[in-house]
Design a binder for this molecule. Sequence first.
Ligand code: DGT
Ligand code: CA
Ligand code: CA
Ligand code: ZN
Length: 590
Amino acid sequence: MINQDISHLFKQMAIFLEMMDVPFKPAAYEKAAGEIEALDRDLRDIYQEGGLKALNAVPTVGESMAEKIEEFIKIGQIKELERLKKKFPVEVEELYRVEGLGPKTIKLLWQKLRIKNLHDLEAAAKAGKIAVIPHLGEKTEQNILRGLEFLRQTGNRKILGYILPLARQIEERFRKLPGVSHAVIAGSLRRRQETIGDIDLLVTTTKPKMAQETFVKMPEVIAVYAEGVGRSSVRLNNGMDADIRILPPESFGAALQYFTGDKQHNIELRKIAIQKGFKLSEYGLFRGRRRLAGKTEEEIYKKLGMDWMPPELRTASGEIAAAIKHTLPTLLPYGAVRGDLQVQTNWTDGAASLEKMTEAAMTAGLDYIAITDHTKTLAMTGGLDEKGLARQGKAIDKINAQIAAGKFGGEKSGAKSAGRKNFRVLKSAEVNILKDGSLDIQNSALKKLDVVSAAVHTNFKMRREEMTKRIIKALQNPYLNILFHPTGRLINQRPPYEIDIDAVIVAAKKNNVALELDCFPDRTDLKDEHVRKAVDAGVKIVIDTDAHSPDHLRYIELGEATARRGWAVEKDVLNALPLPKLLAYFRKKR
Ligand code: DGT
Ligand code: CA
Ligand code: CA
Ligand code: ZN
């Protein structure tokens, strides 16, 4: 896949263009970079099949971007970017990862202090050299030091949603090899953890040599750390490492259990095995030399005296005790979410029209979506005011009428959406929570929506008590149904705002407001631990993609995964309800 490369180059373009004060283009490149990173299909394949036109048809990829992708495919670089790099020989992407460090500051740091990379930055900040530069000062220096610390903590872990497509591709390759009985990605990926350290591929086969050779020769491999019978390690071109373990078919269950982890779960299991006089390893469960189990995970857990459990639960946080007592929850099944309650359109900052998003949701097999464009105080997104919401409501009425008459969809993108009458577009909004906790849309307008959601998008830096008070005040609005992305974090980019999540959960319960699990890959907010707390407190969860383009709707499975990691069952998740029940639930509050 060249997608990762292009995505990085476009991110660099965005930063350089912003350094040069070019209007609009930076945001466009940034958006395209995100879209491309998450794309299922290889851009090279898309180009080979349909040329420039096909590249241009990828959402958010404009004409000149398509040309740059073509250039990269043909000559391995983007000339404009090379020119920019000559002008500012700075590791922009690396520096940009420091929270609070924008392109303008990166430019200034280069001009004044010749700071090229994280190393230079840290040295300068520690030496107090940044504090004395006009326009920067003490506060910026402190922020930079804090940002560097945050970066150190989050390390080089990749976001689940962006790695999953590659992981699945790799699995497929090995499943097709002769002799292979199983090829499975194990480790944190199989547990669907929100970030991934490295990729662990488990292959059971009667032809180990062939699996080994295939692995080290994968097109993504840029270095081989270790190559041997049964295990090899490589570096991939996306900056990640990958491990393969190759075992005989009879060890599949034991190996899968072992390499799925997590480490702490394995340690606890091994203790139980020892107590029973057994030995547990990746080859099987043994008493002395005799193999008691090994072919399947189920038989291993059973022989250890407990129920099998889904990988998402294996975090050594009570799942083993529950499995012994046979009290594990029946987790929310994948595919249970029936509708997406956070979808943006080009009425504000989404990439596609109301009609396109509706069509895409129908094609994706959903039963309903809520349109949640931003509201008026987010002026940079063109947020809607009361009148705008009313106008959008009329547009939604029109679409719903067409759907009900069997006259919507299916014309271009195939049969799945054609003539579906049982789909519904809900009127909603992502209402902005102001600094004092009030909402920026009047209650008289909120009342006319099918579902009301709100979120914090401004004034992130508040003290904990203040921020908690602010959000609790918003939860008390009589029309509010859902609090979106409750902690505001962006994985690897921005820590959550200071907030007392336990107090928010109590207030959500009291005011009958659901908490969102926003499953846009960078957000995953609520995160797994918070989902578990919310569910324990009887607070409902809503799983949304926060889609800003049709392609994003497929992130639902990531939200389902995180909900499962939070021990959520089907009845905890509001949008697993069929539409009539969902609407009845929201109506009850009015
Ligand atoms: P990651 O890669 O940091 O996202 O997390 P994992 O869980 O994928 O960890 P990794 O790649 O180091 O190891 C894969 C699995 O192998 C891990 O989930 C459990 C197993 N494992 C690794 N080290 C140990 C260990 O020291 N003891 C036991 N019992 N299992 C281990
Ligand atoms: Ca791993
Ligand atoms: Ca590993
Ligand atoms: Zn939002």
